[in-house]
Design a protein around this ligand. Structure first.
Ligand code: 1HN
Length: 349
C-alpha cells in the first residue's frame, strides 16, 4: 500500500463530507487553517468617534426619551466591522451615556462588570453597594459584577460618560444574569468617600476584604489623583519609549488590576512626545481625557480631541504623538487574557 499519495478525488471527498453532515460531523482538515491562524487577525477595525459629532445626537436622545424609560440612555459605540453586535472591540462593549438634570437611571445589577469614564457635566452621582460617589470629569468609576447600581443627576447640566462593559465576554461564557432593585434608587448605608478613605489612602483596614469580591473595593479613582500621580512620576524618570508615562488602576488589596475582566490604565504623554509602535493581543478602547494627540492604529491615523473615543483592535500596531500635554484613558480585556496565559505584546522600533 502507498503511504503518502493522496488517495481520493475532490468529488470523492465531497461525497464523504455529505455523509458526515447528517451525523453532525465535520472534517477538521478542511477548517484547521481558520481555527489556528499563525497570528491573530482581529475582526474589529480601527475606528474613532469624534465627541463633537456624537454629542449633538446624544443630546437629541435626551429629548427623545427619559433615562427611566430607556433604563440606560446610551448610544452604543459599534465597531464598523461588527455592526449590530454591540461591540467596540471583539470582547469589549462601549457606549456614551447621558443623564439629564433631575433624572435617575434606576437601580439594577448584572453579572457583566461595568466601568465609567466621566466626560462631561457636573452634578452626576452613581451609587454602588450602598455608597454614593460624585462623578467628575476624568474620574474612573467601577460598577462591580452583581453590585446594585443607579445613577442620578442633581446638577443643572447634562452629564455624559463613556461606559465600558465586558458584555461580549460574559455572553461568550453564557454567564449573564440581570436583576432589578425594588426601587429606582438603592438605600444609601455609607457616607460619601467611605471606600476611598478605607482603601485608597495608602492605608488599609487590619483585615481588608473587598465588598465586591474580585473587584477593587475602591469604586471611584478621582481624576485629580490620577493626574497628579502621572505628572509627579514623569519628573523622576524619562517617559518610556513605548508606554510614555503609564499607570494602571490597581486593586489595593493585591496590587492587581482593579477589575477581574477589564484592565484600565491612563497614559500621560508630554507635549511633543512620540511613542514607538507596539501591539498586543488585547483590543483597546481609549478616550482622551485632556490635551490633543494623533493615534496611529494599523493603517489609520486619528487626531484625537478631548472626549473623542477610539479603538485599537488586538494585534494591530499602535503609536501616539502628543500635540499637547495629553492624558489618554484606556481599557481592554488584558487582565482576562493574562489570567488565561494568552496575553502577548510586541514592541517595535
Ligand atoms: C448598564 O447597566 C449600564 O448601569 C450602562 O449604566 C450600559 C449596557 C448594557 C447592559 C447594561 C449602566 C449598559 C448596561
Amino acid at each position: 500500500m502507498s503511504t503518502a499519495a493522496a488517495s481520493s478525488t475532490e468529488a470523492e471527498r465531497k461525497a464523504f463530507y455529505d455523509r458526515l453532515a447528517p451525523q453532525n460531523l465535520a472534517p477538521l482538515w478542511e477548517v484547521l487553517r481558520g481555527l489556528l491562524p499563525n497570528e491573530p487577525k482581529s475582526k474589529a477595525a480601527p475606528h474613532r468617534w469624534r465627541y463633537a459629532d456624537v454629542r449633538p445626537l446624544l443630546m437629541e436622545s435626551g429629548d427623545l426619551l427619559t433615562a427611566k424609560e430607556a433604563e440606560r440612555r446610551v448610544l452604543v459605540l459599534e465597531n464598523p466591522a461588527m455592526p449590530g453586535q454591540s461591540r467596540a472591540t471583539a470582547t469589549m462593549y462601549a457606549g456614551l451615556q447621558l443623564i439629564m438634570p433631575g433624572e435617575t437611571a434606576p437601580a439594577h445589577r448584572h453579572t457583566p462588570s461595568a466601568l465609567r469614564f466621566m466626560l462631561e457635566g457636573e452634578g452626576a452621582f452613581t451609587a454602588v453597594g450602598g455608597e454614593r460617589t460624585p462623578m467628575r470629569r476624568g474620574d474612573f468609576i467601577i460598577t462591580p459584577s452583581w453590585a446594585y447600581h443607579d445613577h442620578g443627576n442633581e446638577g443643572s447640566d447634562p452629564c455624559a460618560w463613556l461606559d465600558g462593559l465586558d458584555l461580549p465576554l460574559v455572553a461568550f461564557f453564557e454567564a449573564g444574569f440581570n436583576e432589578h432593585y425594588n426601587d429606582d434608587r438603592q438605600s444609601i448605608v455609607r457616607p460619601e468617600g467611605d471606600s476611598l478613605a478605607r482603601f485608597g489612602s495608602g492605608m488599609l483596614p487590619l483585615a481588608p476584604v473587598s465588598r465586591y469580591g474580585l473587584t477593587t473595593p475602591i469604586f471611584n479613582y478621582p481624576y485629580e489623583r490620577t493626574r497628579e500621580a502621572l505628572v509627579a512620576a514623569s519628573k523622576g524618570e524619562a517617559p518610556d519609549a513605548h508606554e510614555a508615562v503609564t499607570m494602571r488602576y490597581a486593586n489595593p488589596l493585591d496590587g492587581g488590576w482593579a477589575m477581574p475582566t477589564m484592565a484600565a490604565w491612563m497614559t500621560y504623554l508630554p507635549k511633543g512626545f512620540q511613542t514607538r509602535p507596539m501591539r498586543s493581543t488585547d483590543g483597546i478602547v481609549m478616550a482622551l481625557a485632556e490635551g490633543a494627540l494623533t493615534a496611529s492604529v494599523g493603517d489609520k491615523s486619528f487626531d484625537l480631541s478631548v472626549s473623542d473615543v477610539a479603538v485599537a483592535p488586538g494585534w494591530t500596531w499602535r503609536s501616539y504623538t502628543a500635540t499637547e500635554d495629553s492624558f489618554l484613558f484606556c481599557f481592554s480585556d488584558r487582565v482576562a487574557q493574562e489570567k488565561l496565559g494568552l496575553w502577548r505584546e510586541e514592541r517595535g522600533r
